[in-house]
Design a protein around this ligand. Sequence first.
Ligand code: PMP
Ligand code: GLU
Length: 392
Amino acid sequence: MVYFSKHMEAVPPSATLKTAQLVFQLERQGIKVIRLDAGQPDFDTPEVIKNAAIKAIKEGFTFYTSSRGIIDLREAIAKRFDKEDVEIDPEKNIIVTPGAKFAVLSSLFATIEPGDQVIIPTPNWVSYFSMIQMAGGIQVPITSPNTKMINEDKILENLNYKTKMILIDYPCNPTGNILTEEEQKFLHDIVLDEDLFLLSDETYRELYYTEKKPKTMLCCEDLHDNLIIIDGFSKTYSMTGWRLGYVIGSKKLIDLVDKFQQNSTTHPTSFVQKAGIVALNQAYEEVEKMRNIFKQRRDMMMEILDKIPEIECTIPNGAFYAFPHIKNPKMDSSAFAYNLLKTKKVSVISGNPFGPGGEHHVRLSFATSSEQIKEGLKRLTEFISENQQNVS
Ligand code: PMP
Ligand code: GLU
């Protein structure tokens, strides 16, 4: 009899990827699904980026690189923050990883010891909970009020000597909420006063629909020993399959993440790193175009959702998801998403796995065509009216 790791057996699968697998199975059977689940842009990766990778392969850039990633890419990442007056040393303070997900995981392994508590505002991205668990930490989910990113009072109430980190992402997956400057100030003060790590996942920072781009937490210079900034290329440049992300942090943090990477993935794919430089330096216009299209689709989705009486939804200010509350459904959100897929062939992500505050919600992605959004929401409306509880 062989025994598998109980620790790993207890980790839940990714709800987003599990849904995608279900969709792939249906598609293999020839069933067409309207995909409102996918957490990835539906645009092709910009041509200049693809060409850079092809050129790098043709020139033979197909071998191991530094485990931190090539220095030219780290320099291009550091330069990105010049406009925001943040100085980063690309030698000491940046490591490039295979995707932002691995950047989060390796940073958690570098900071969390068994039993350490991580405060996480919810609803929030499904994988944070599993990653904290894999690293041996304890998640302390704190439900945020509707339009806000964090609940300051509840965070203060839950602090104790085991609290090691606060983990945030903004614009938030799944709500699209963005940290306000007051909330940033609150986090700044608490992290300094209590000597905590602040992991700020800024993966969606370029996808904002407000007047100004959200301010990076890196702007708080006196926080730099406590900060862990995560970002990646997947969402901004439509490069999900390329697997490229990075961590910015103190020298000590980057040294530890480097050790984790050296002994696991080694580094992200060599020629993908070359393409990353071109993405940062030459794809500005494409990013703007995609952002504008996402904004139009968001507006269209919100207009349709607004007309459905059984739905309440706050306007997402960033990312590409809406996270509506379904009033009085006959079933929980997992059953809702499953039955919607089964009966109407529309895939969404159930609100449950996004943590407390997610029940009776679904995540709808507007990273798909207007036609798909319209048809998907039409079928969703039918499904809701067929599955409402009678409330008098
Ligand atoms: N952070 C957030 C908030 C996400 O939604 C995702 C999902 N793509 C990631 C990180 C990971 O992105 P990737 O690994 O594709 O860079
Ligand atoms: N992050 C995206 C999502 O939330 C992609 C899938 C994943 O990595 O979770 O759908």
